[in-house]
Design a protein around this ligand. Structure first.
Ligand SMILES: NC(=O)c1ccc[n+]([C@@H]2O[C@H](COP(=O)([O-])OP(=O)(O)OC[C@H]3O[C@@H](n4cnc5c(N)ncnc54)[C@H](OP(=O)(O)O)[C@@H]3O)[C@@H](O)[C@H]2O)c1
Length: 252
């Protein structure tokens, strides 16, 4: 039986960072399977870890790439020990400024693709599989001017918590990763096309390595939610204690 990790969104940012951390920390894994649209970036990642990476280039808004991963799992009789769903994007902007393509794209990539890929590979999970889903601190509270993105991440958090309960019977776990703003990824160059994030949010940035390392530790400790840094932990606590209407009156 081949033991593998599967990482979506592996061509840049935290997905790519996940691949390098997993490669270093889990030498006993036979391969790390990676997917994203940009094939060249996946190839250069594969060159960094010769013989350990298998690439599945493709757009997760289409079913083909998911089908090709499932066929390969079947053919290779592979078991997934670590599944990371990192593919995702957001667009910041007030109502009416985000294109229909980007609006549906956020829902398709962040919610539908994450769910369809996860459900498709469930039969191939190792008994003690760790699933790490990138949600966001935006999942904790509705975000005016980042409304659709935050709603997609609230979905990821809810789905992850429920799936984690179901998989507990088998010994597998699901961890929703909920960072605030993260540096050194391509996220904001895509998100800030129409509008920048509120300046005060930039005061809480953390590095992608911090988020990824903490997420791996939290996942292997069986935590259902991974939040990096005290400010975001405080933010999460606040959203559990105070009425959302009250927070939103002061928030933006
Ligand atoms: N950066 C932050 O501040 C932040 C904070 C909280 C949560 N997050 C979440 O963390 C995750 C990783 O984001 P990041 O910051 O690392 O951003 P990133 O550098 O932009 O990475 C996003 C990844 O998603 C892939 N992707 C996007 N659309 C895709 C599609 N249609 N099909 C297949 N792959 C697609 C991209 O690859 P291709 O372009 O090659 O397809 C890329 O590898 C995302 O889910 C994001 O929402 C980010």
């Amino acid at each position: 039986m081949k033991k593998i990790a599967l990482v979506s969104g592996a061509s840049s940012g935290m997905g790519r960072c996940m691949v390098t951390e997993i490669a270093d920390r889990f030498p006993s894994l036979d391969e790390i399977w990676v997917t994203a649209r940009r094939e060249e970036k996946l190839k250069s990642l594969a060159e960094e870890f010769p013989g350990r990476i298998r690439i599945f280039p493709g757009n997760l808004r289409k079913q083909e790439v998911i089908d090709s991963i499932v066929s390969a799992l079947k053919e290779e009789e592979a078991k997934i020990c670590i599944l990371v769903n990192a593919a995702g994007f957001g667009k910041i902007g007030p109502e009416g400024t985000i294109s229909a393509r980007d609006t549906s794209g956020m829902i398709e990539v962040n919610c539908i693709a994450l769910t369809v890929l996860t459900e498709a590979v469930l039969p191939y999970l190792h008994r003690k599989c760790r699933i790490l889903n990138f949600a966001s601190a935006a999942a904790f509270l509705p975000q005016p001017e980042f409304a659709v993105y935050a709603a997609t991440k609230a979905y990821v958090l809810s789905y992850s918590l429920a799936l984690g309960r179901e998989l507990k019977r088998r010994g597998a776990t699901v961890t929703a990763i909920c960072p605030g703003p993260v540096t050194d990824t391509e996220f904001f160059s895509i998100a800030e096309e129409k509008q920048s994030i509120a300046a005060y949010k930039k005061a809480f940035v953390v590095s992608q390595e911090q988020v990824v390392r903490q997420a791996i530790e939290d996942a292997f400790a069986g935590k259902t939610v991974s939040v990096c840094g005290l400010p975001m932990k405080g933010f999460r606590a606040m959203t559990k204690i105070l009425p959302w209407d009250l927070i939103l009156n002061y928030y933006n």
